[in-house]
Design a binder for this molecule. Structure first.
Ligand code: ZN
Length: 374
């Protein structure tokens, strides 16, 4: 249930109460209960889902539970089509969510001062809005861009967590230096069978390591398993479509982190790729790139303009919710890679069992070899 939605007329994200007060500005103490039928009809054409952009917004009144379990529900928007069914696009995060509190984890509240990064970014967002570089319509446009990308690029999850275990083990496996076993090597008194087993594993599964080359991402194993468990058998967003914008956003975030003089104390720009950048910074960088047609230097120019602008006169302007489209990007990439690896001729294996098998094979090869020598 989206508690807020986007008003095309007021050009911003509003909850039911805020929308009613704006529409009934001449009636003090007005609430959504005072809206006329005509005003409600107007809302159905004006207010859009913040994610998929569908219209048909109806106001669902707040309810107070009479039972002992509490459970009051805030007034919210419900999007209903002509067929009286849920009007959200079937890939919209709000589809089928009516009655459930669901907040997209990709959203970043620029107005919250929870971390130093968010406070710093919140000020920049204020300035950016005051300077006319972006506004809530741009944020809404970016959410629609992200939604359309998600809806157009899908794949079906066919794996389960064993495929993620297999991929994680492969990613952890030390592949260098490469070394080929020969039984003669095991004649040395301190021959290390474990090491030899690791080397032989690398050689046996080399096509997989080759396939994964250049696709190592920060470790997101538990999150990857969570996604696989949640969406098993379902059609989901293929993150490959985000790669160009992800790379640009990461470049801009790292550049800004290094060159803006802003103190993102806890994170190092050089480690953003491996450890993750502050979500608020990623959200702001993505927004500036979005309004710059994804041109890196145009975006840097806008960033410079924001940094040079005077302190914001209205600090509340930054009280908006932005989108970090790259939340979970690493985990989704891992899902895709785990699925690709599972489709290789070697299928899905259990790492420890493979090591045990290989060690037994090496020892048997050595035994047969020594027999032939005598
Ligand atoms: Zn929607």
């Amino acid at each position: 249930m989206p508690t807020t939605a986007f008003s095309n007329h007021f050009r911003r994200e509003l909850d039911v109460g805020q929308l009613a007060r704006l529409m009934l500005w001449d009636t003090p103490e007005a609430s959504e209960d005072h809206l006329s039928e005509a005003q409600r009809a107007w809302i159905r054409t004006d207010v859009r889902c913040s994610s998929c952009g569908v219209g048909g917004a109806q106001i669902v009144r707040a309810t107070k539970s009479t039972g002992t379990r509490g459970g009051t529900r805030q007034a919210h928007f419900r999007f209903i089509g002509d067929d009286a069914m849920d009007a959200h696009h079937r890939f919209c995060e709000f589809h089928g969510a009516d009655g459930q509190e669901r907040q997209s984890e990709s959203l970043v509240n620029f107005g919250s001062a929870k971390t130093i990064e968010t406070r710093l970014i919140g000020r920049l967002v204020c300035k950016g809005i005051e300077q006319g570089i972006f506004d809530q319509t741009a944020i809404r446009g970016m959410r629609q861009w992200f939604f359309d990308l998600k809806a157009a690029n899908r794949f079906t999850i066919t794996i389960n967590s064993t495929a993620v275990d297999w991929l994680s083990a492969l990613l952890r496996h030390p592949i260098y230096p490469r070394w080929v076993f020969h039984p003669v090597q095991a004649q040395l008194p301190g021959f290390d069978w474990k090491q030899a087993t690791n080397h032989a594993f690398t050689e046996q599964f080399w096509p997989l390591f080759d396939h994964m080359s250049g696709r190592r991402l920060r470790n997101a194993e538990s999150r990857t398993k969570h996604l696989v468990a949640c969406y098993a058998g379902q059609e989901v967003f293929d993150p490959a479509a985000l790669k160009p914008s992800y790379e640009l956003t990461l470049q801009l975030a790292s550049f800004v982190g290094r060159n803006s003089g802003l103190d993102f104390s806890r994170s190092k720009p050089s480690e953003y790729r491996w450890k993750g950048a502050p979500p608020a910074l990623m959200a702001l960088c993505a927004l500036i790139l979005f309004v710059s047609d994804w041109q890196l230097n145009a975006a840097i120019g806008k960033f410079a303009q924001i940094m040079a602008a005077p302190a914001p006169s209205d600090p509340l302007l930054g009280n908006v919710v932005g989108l970090n489209p790259f939340h979970d990007y690493a985990a989704w990439q891992m899902v895709v890679l785990a699925q690709e690896i599972s489709e290789q001729p070697t299928g899905i294996r259990v790492y420890d069992a493979e090591l045990a098998r290989i060690e037994a094979e090496l020892r048997e090869a050595y035994r047969a070899w020594t027999q032939r020598q005598s």
